[in-house]
Design a protein around this ligand. Structure first.
Ligand SMILES: [Zn+2]
Length: 611
């Protein structure tokens, strides 16, 4: 982290100090930035001069206004026990830190601000050897007169400032073997599958460096109560036989069901090396349809031709072609791939921007005709927001340690939600990406993802444990924790962005219709479907559906507003009585949103296929 120096414009402080720095006092500005910072910078008013040594914004920006060696006027009338002696007038002995906050007890202190305050207090406590009871709040030293910083989680904060959090040691080799099993397990679970020892698809994917598994499509779903086996997963393709298909980040792999018992990677074929013909067309349709159930593969689309030519650097599609409206009001159509994302401005379909190009523009390494750096920055940010929301269920937080690591190491798209595992005495945060699954050692169990990890925290990855590289540790997160990497801006210190309460939503409505004026919803009908989504969309009744909720909770928006009978129809994959918890919570979320936006009566919700 860094401290920005911003000298005061009026000398409303005292040069030098009569005592040594023995205390740290935290305040809240009872205002909003940047107004509160400007007020501090001019030193308040002439009749009530004020000053502080440090100011921390809600975004975690740390500004120093008065040098530590000078006395700032922040504490006012105050008393405290300092090194065993009762003193009055704490300014003489203290450093003041103002936190941007309304001080009403409800205004939150965001994770970035908390992390910055933690980092600053830790370094000041160390530099001046401040004992635990001399890190105080303004309300502690001026009781009855001051209430700041109201609502700040004080006990937790003091504990964290004084907890000697050490970076955990590198993972011992005997744990790396177990860790590898967990990483593999997460990689395949994120793709909706499992892995057995010596699985020939995985062997080939590793040999050919095709990255992590993305999906394991199957022809039909397992019937309730029976385990799906490899035979069940077989997909009949173009009269060429029945195949098991697995999609990896870099290619689609397939093998005849009959040959799988051999566990021989030479039986496994790659889509990219398959000759043109009916089988290749069927595989392409499967690959695209899996990511984009509405469009599938369109050989006539310039967009899809582009994808096929660039499969090795784009990776496979991992989401549908969907509408993305960014905050300046511009509309794009975008699609995420395992290694990159594509988008086109509406309606200039032939213009294709790549996320990787936008990275380069933002870094000042290239330019795109007709696009300013500000536009590129906004578009890049919107694409990454959409990618992290959909794939990881979390906000994209550029400055979060693991996010910076993944961007810097070019690990591609996140492919699932993070999870914590305990192996032996060690705790890890595991997170799947297109090129690797990473494991970040946590200082202890239940470590909040919005807390910074200590410098030197070891990080392992599945690819390194499979290769010849020294497998005890592939690296540590120091550079990303301390913020010495080249990415601009302050470091929040958190590991990952916030988890989202909102379900994953795909907006496919533009493929079906154009926006219509909103109508009053008279009735909502919940329509159970046989599933899965791809085959449901082939049903003629799809024309009546507005939303579709998958078993995994994904909401697909098919139409803008009720167009017939003022009925809103929400199709739901499978029997509602056996809906998964995520499907139920997505449905509840959608009903709440609709209720709030179009004022329908909740008693007007009907279940069943209308006649
Ligand atoms: Zn105060």
């Amino acid at each position: 982290m860094q401290i920005e120096q911003m000298p005061m414009s009026r000398p409303h402080y005292q040069r030098g100090r009569k005592g040594r720095v023995r205390m740290i006092v935290l305040h809240a500005t009872a205002g909003r930035g940047p107004g509160d910072l400007n007020w501090l910078r001019i030193g308040g008013s002439e009749s009530r001069p004020v000053s502080t040594h440090y100011y921390i914004s809600k975004q975690g920006r740390i500004v120093q206004l008065v040098d530590d060696a000078n006395t700032a006027w922040h504490a006012g009338v105050s008393r405290w026990q300092v090194d065993g002696k009762q003193v009055s007038g704490c300014n003489t002995y203290s450093l003041g830190i103002e936190l941007e906050n309304l001080n009403n007890g409800r205004d939150p202190y965001p994770a970035a601000q908390y992390a910055a305050a933690l980092w600053l207090c830790r370094s000041l406590v160390t530099r001046y050897d401040i004992p635990r009871n001399q890190l105080v709040r303004h309300l502690d030293i001026a009781p009855g007169r001051k209430s700041d910083p109201a609502g700040f989680p004080w006990q937790r904060f003091v504990n964290e400032v004084y907890s000697e959090v050490q970076a955990p040691p590198p993972t011992p080799p005997e744990l790396v073997v177990q860790l590898q099993a967990h990483l593999l397990d997460l990689a395949y679970r994120s793709a909706g599958s499992g892995i057995s020892a010596g699985w020939p698809f995985f062997t080939l994917a590793q040999q050919a460096k095709l990255g992590m598994p993305v999906a394991a499509p199957s022809a039909r779903r397992a019937t309730l109560g029976t385990a799906q086996d490899d035979q069940d997963r077989g997909i009949p393709l173009a009269d060429a036989g029945i195949f098991v298909v697995e999609i990896y980040a870099g290619d689609l792999l397939y093998a005849p069901v009959a040959e799988l018992a051999e566990a021989d990677p030479s039986q496994v074929q790659r889509l990219s090396q398959t000759e043109a013909g009916p089988l290749r067309d069927a595989l392409l349709e499967l690959l695209f349809r899996h990511a984009d159930p509405v469009n599938g593969y369109r050989p006539d689309w310039a967009h899809h031709q582009y994808v096929l030519k660039n499969l090795d650097n784009l990776g496979v599609p991992i989401g549908p072609n969907q509408r993305l409206t960014i905050s300046n009001g511009k509309a794009y159509v975008c699609q995420h791939f395992a290694y990159d994302s594509l988008c086109s401005p509406v309606p200039n379909w032939k213009t294709i921007y790549r996320l990787s190009d936008l990275h380069a523009v933002v870094a000042g390494k290239r330019s795109i005709p007709g696009m300013t750096i500000a536009q590129a920055t906004l578009l890049r940010r919107s694409l990454l927001d959409s990618l992290y929301r959909e794939q990881a269920g979390r906000q994209f937080e550029e400055q979060a340690t693991l996010v910076r690591y993944a961007l810097d190491k070019k690990l591609g798209a996140p492919l699932g939600t993070p999870e914590e595992v305990e192996i032996g005495e060690a705790h890890f945060l595991l997170m799947p990406f297109a090129k690797d699954v990473v494991a970040c050692r946590l200082p202890r169990a239940g470590w909040a993802y919005d807390r910074p990890v200590p410098e030197g925290t070891p990080i392992n990855g599945l690819v390194a444990t499979l290769g010849d590289e020294s497998s005890d540790a592939i690296g540590h997160l120091s550079a990303y924790v301390s913020g010495s990497q080249h990415l601009p801006g302050t470091v929040t210190g958190q590991l990952l962005g916030q988890a989202l309460a909102q379900p994953r939503i795909h907006d496919l409505s533009r493929w079906y219709d154009t926006p219509q004026p909103p109508q009053v919803i008279e009735q909502i009908i919940l329509w159970p479907t046989p599933g899965p989504l791809a085959s449901d969309l082939a049903l003629p009744v799809v024309d009546f559906w507005h939303y579709y909720i998958q078993r995994d909770g994904t909401i697909t928006r098919l139409r803008e507003t009720p167009s017939t009978n003022a009925n809103m129809i929400i199709a739901s994959e499978g029997d509602l009585n056996h809906a998964s918890p995520r499907q139920r919570s997505s449905l509840a979320w959608l009903l709440r949103i609709l209720h709030a936006s179009s004022a329908f009566d909740l008693s007007q919700v009907r279940v069943g296929v209308p006649r």
